[in-house]
Design a protein around this ligand. Structure first.
Ligand code: AMP
Length: 609
């Protein structure tokens, strides 16, 4: 078998972690593991079960370390959700050190952006798994270098943020996967020595105060603007947030760049202050005044067009914007394209706290045609066909999925997750060697429901996109962000969409309230209803158990306030995704307090039996 297989001295399989060091060897590694996907997946599951058969969870399924374990596991282990294994996780969090789920010590938890009954999910992890995740990131650069020359010659702007650590009752640390990575000594070492050099000092990335961090990261990126090769963040909402912050604080940035001093923002974090001032001083020989004038010109010419092309103009040598624009992030694409000035939007990886899964092997493909190729050494992957019974018999192996079909991802990891349903729905688009390529469709869970209707995130997102493209495009308005709720206070209940809009002339300017004609908004309501599924329309037209869909326009800045509110309640900036449906009273209150106008669907959508 050509794929690297490196057994450690204690017989532990380390093939899933060992990643070669040169670009060509890494590309060959990707070819090898995708070609040998079937055998590597089988080997990996054997190894996971060999190491963990004596855990309470697997022993209860009858595993005993014998050669039958593999077949037994495939036959009897049920697909589970977080709620199913939460009692085990609670015991670990409370300090039970016995091998409950995993034979290796659980060193910490990763906090997922997903929640369970209002609490953030705690995903067990081990030192080895953290290494696996760290190494996985090393696959990205060689793939990128196949398409873009000179990556190592420039600097890279990445707006990266951490979230402060929390502790379980037994004192185990819990934080998001990216925070764990940024706080590690390996990241610090890598940031100082890697050829892939970031504009943000590590001190800014690990600063707990998000605005101090944002100010300094932006300042350092602007100071280095002529050396910047790429710009990015984990999710689009971060990039848009950073742009707004830049616009709000623009005079301060300009002043600091002119003076080569950190004065514009109260930075109390001493390490951050020192690191930023060092960068300002190091760049002082590059002509402060001239540099500031050029920057000011670039910024002002964009502002004349509402901020259009801002990224391209502020960082004129940038070749691409790295940010996830797939799945539910697709709605941000027009806004990002507006700012990016023609730069490609590059989404490199698909992964989650539970495990990293797949790579985009054609990073320059357009957002609508991005597919991710599963890397068979990251975890044992199985797939539950959508709408099928969640049973062990329904699960399909990685190499046996069918092109065109949709599946929910189910993973088995070395960290104690056995047939765990991540909750993402993927559509198979093809194969790279024998490993499948997928598009991200969305999440499995139902988002909003009034009666027997069950509208999921993908359907709602599509309805919004259709309404925008058919009714709003061409009116001079853009959707900034949206969320929804089921309003059950009316009889019958109805869907409410909260939309924040901006007009072209207002993008990036002082954000006065803006609303299109009432008739346009009413048509948007109706167009959305026409795009919802047959159960919804039947409920609306025939059973009249659903009232007319309502769009409430919220004032500019509302979705920033929503993000702040989620952040204050424990979401991480790096992981934050606008909730597509709100049900917490606090968030609903916040949204309702900022409604400027409201519009209803003027008539029933079309429905026929
Ligand atoms: P978390 O566990 O908080 O890091 O969130 C992981 C979730 O983010 C995944 O389960 C997906 O729903 C979403 N996600 C991660 N990567 C991508 C991607 N490339 N495209 C779309 N959604 C993604």
């Amino acid at each position: 078998m050509a794929a690297p297989s490196d057994r450690g001295g204690d017989g532990r399989q380390t093939s899933s972690i060992a990643i070669p060091s040169t670009d060509s060897a890494i590309l060959q590694f990707i070819e090898d593991v995708t070609r040998d996907a079937a055998i590597l997946q089988k080997e990996l599951l054997f190894e996971i079960l060999r190491r963990n058969h004596a855990t309470e969870y697997l022993a209860a399924l009858g595993l005993d370390g014998s050669s039958d374990d593999y077949e037994l596991f495939k036959r009897v282990a049920p697909p589970v959700t977080y709620e199913d294994i939460q009692p085990f996780i609670k015991r670990i969090a409370n300090g039970d050190k016995s091998p409950i789920l995993c034979s290796q010590p659980i060193t910490r938890f990763l906090t997922s952006s997903g929640t369970s009954r209002g609490e953030r999910k705690l995903i067990p992890t081990t030192a080895e798994e953290l290494d696996r995740k760290r190494n996985y990131h090393r696959l990205v650069t060689p793939v990128m270098r196949q398409y873009v020359d000179g990556l190592e010659k420039g600097k890279h702007v990445r707006f990266l943020f951490v979230r402060s650590e929390s502790r379980t009752p037994a004192g185990l640390s819990a934080m998001p996967a990216l925070t764990t990575m940024f706080r590690s000594p390996q990241f610090r070492r890598m940031a100082k020595t890697s050829e892939y050099s970031l504009t943000s000092p590590v001190e800014a990335i690990v600063c707990d105060d998000v605005f101090q961090s944002m100010y300094c990261q932006l300042l350092c990126s602007l100071i280095n603007r002529n050396k910047v090769f790429s710009v990015g963040a984990a999710f689009p909402s971060i990039i848009l947030r950073v742009i707004r912050f830049l616009e709000e604080k623009w005079p301060q940035f300009l002043h600091d760049i002119r003076e080569k001093k950190l004065r514009g923002y109260m930075v109390t974090d001493v390490a951050l202050r020192d690191a930023t001032e060092e960068i300002l001083a190091a760049n002082s020989e590059e002509g402060g005044e001239g540099q500031a004038e050029l920057l000011e010109k670039a910024y002002e010419s964009c502002q004349k067009n509402g901020g259009k092309d801002l990224i391209k103009r502020l960082w004129p040598c940038a070749k691409y914007v790295e940010v996830i624009v797939t799945g539910t992030m697709v709605q941000y694409v027009p806004m990002l394209q507006f700012y990016a000035g023609g730069l490609p939007l590059v989404s490199t990886i698909y992964g989650c706290s539970e495990c990293y899964c797949a790579l985009n092997l054609r990073p320059l493909s357009s957002p609508s045609s991005i597919s991710y190729t599963f890397i068979p050494t990251m975890a044992y992957f199985e797939f539950l066909p959508i709408h099928s019974e969640p049973s062990s018999a329904s699960l399909v192996d990685l190499v046996n999925v069918e092109v065109g079909k949709e599946y929910e991802v189910v993973v088995t990891t070395d960290t104690g997750l056995y047939r765990y349903r991540i909750g993402d729905v993927l559509r198979v688009t093809g194969f790279h060697n024998s490993s499948p390529e997928f598009q991200i469709v969305g999440r499995t869970n139902v988002l909003i429901s009034i009666d027997t209707d069950k509208t999921d995130e993908e359907t709602l997102l599509r309805a919004v996109q259709i309404a925008i493209s058919k009714k709003l495009d061409g009116t001079g308005f853009r959707l900034v962000d949206f969320t929804s709720m089921a309003d059950l206070s009316t009889i019958p209940g109805h869907y409410v969409l909260f939309w924040e809009l901006t007009s072209f002339s207002n993008i990036g300017q002082s954000r006065s309230s803006c609303t299109p004609e009432a008739s346009v908004m009413e048509e948007c309501c109706l167009e959305m209803e026409e795009s919802l599924d047959t159960v919804y329309r039947q409920g609306r037209v025939c059973e009249k158990c659903i009232g007319p869909l309502e769009i409430r326009i919220v004032s500019p800045g509302t979705f920033d306030a929503l993000m702040d509110c989620c952040y204050a309640a424990g979401s991480s900036m790096d992981q934050y995704k606008t909730p597509r449906c709100v049900n917490s009273e606090a968030l609903i209150h916040l949204l309702n307090s900022r409604v400027s106008h409201s519009f209803f669907s003027p008539k029933c959508p079309v429905w026929s039996p």
